[in-house]
Design a protein around this ligand. Structure first.
Ligand SMILES: N[C@@H](CCC(=O)N[C@@H](CS)C(=O)NCC(=O)O)C(=O)O
Length: 147
């Protein structure tokens, strides 16, 4: 069974959904609501201590990080192959994956944050801002260690 914890507008989630679609795989959509900070809940942090989407659970095995998930899916479900077999071409594919992670994903984070999250903080005092944030109801010791 494939379960994808993801968010519709998240580009990292979209990457994995495209991969699942290309493979014609059946998967269960586990919607994570970033607006209500579900990704920072103790339950979600147990499966992804980084507190980000997406996370794949395949028959109980947890895989995090969108590019790692895509490569995992491609290896476990080899047909149709998405990654090239040739090592040099595979290296080029990985360069593009890394470029996407390090350049456009990072660049889009600022306007995304400004549009999606900043309005929620407007007019809050520092104390109100702290009260509104995650981790307010549980201590850091409850966050599971990265294994
Ligand atoms: N390197 C990670 C990045 C994941 C990531 O940053 N996800 C974003 C959505 S695209 C997220 O969950 N953001 C929530 C937050 O930062 O609070 C991946 O590719 O899976």
């Amino acid at each position: 069974m494939l379960e994808l914890y993801n968010t519709p507008h998240s580009t990292c989630s979209q990457k994995v959904r495209i991969c699942l679609l290309e493979k014609n795989l059946e998967w269960t959509d586990r919607h994570v609501n970033l607006a209500t900070k579900e990704h920072l809940s103790p339950e979600y942090l147990k499966i992804n201590p980084n507190g980000v989407v997406p996370t794949l659970i395949h028959d109980g095995t947890i895989i995090t990080d969108s590019s790692v998930i895509c490569e995992y899916i491609d290896e476990v479900f080899p047909e149709p192959a998405l990654a090239p077999a040739d090592p040099a071409q595979k290296a080029a594919m990985r360069s593009w994956l890394r470029f996407i992670e390090e350049v456009p994903t990072v660049v889009v984070r600022v306007p995304s944050f400004n549009m999606a999250f900043l309005p929620r903080f407007e007019g809050l005092s520092v104390d109100e801002f702290h009260d509104q944030q995650a981790f307010q109801n549980y201590t850091i010791s409850e966050v599971p260690p990265v294994s």
